[in-house]
Design a protein around this ligand. Structure first.
Ligand SMILES: Cc1cc2nc3c(=O)[nH]c(=O)nc-3n(C[C@H](O)[C@H](O)[C@H](O)COP(=O)(O)O)c2cc1C
Length: 144
């Protein structure tokens, strides 16, 4: 059974309100739990960054559905790779709204925002991995 991770970014087709983002994350978590998918959904300034982890078939078919979702556009897969272990195994979909959060260090926030601003062609940029690892390392400090 192959476990993979996909990291992608996208841009909202229209602004999401905070309750709408929360509802998207809640409904996603419910479906992902049933499908054995884990990950995080990061939102900032009209952009999403999402990590999806799970069995290859389940993740690929979810990603195909997500790509067709007209609530966002410019869906760019930054990397897709087999993994030994999940980074976000305890979360079926954890929301991190950077526009609302005070909990992240300013340096990380700035790096995340730069990242959002220039996502194209970043698959080999060390920042990409740093961002994902940063979220994984800080997960216990996020507000519930
Ligand atoms: C940014 C974004 C992230 C999403 N993440 C997930 C997710 O993690 N899991 C999920 O089941 N659906 C997610 N969705 C919703 C899917 O695109 C889709 O609407 C949902 O899976 C229901 O699919 P269906 O209408 O084909 O049944 C996401 C949508 C957006 C816009």
């Amino acid at each position: 059974m192959d476990i993979i991770r996909i990291l992608y970014t996208s841009r909202c087709t229209r602004p999401f309100s905070e309750p709408e983002i929360e509802e998207l994350a809640r409904a996603s978590a419910e479906r992902n739990l049933a499908a054995g998918i884990s990950g995080i959904l990061v939102y900032s300034g009209g952009r999403f960054l999402q990590v999806l982890e799970g069995e290859a078939d389940a993740v690929e078919s979810l990603f195909a559905r997500i790509e067709r979702d007209d609530r966002h556009t410019d869906v760019v897969a930054i990397y897709k790779e087999p993994i030994e272990e999940r980074l976000f195994g305890e979360w079926s979909m954890r929301l991190c709204n950077l526009d609302e959060k005070g909990g992240l260090e300013p340096k990380a926030l700035l790096a995340a925002r730069d990242f959002f601003a220039s996502v194209q062609g970043l698959s080999h940029n060390p920042l990409t991995r740093w961002i994902v690892e940063y979220f994984a390392s800080r997960k216990n400090s996020w507000a519930a």
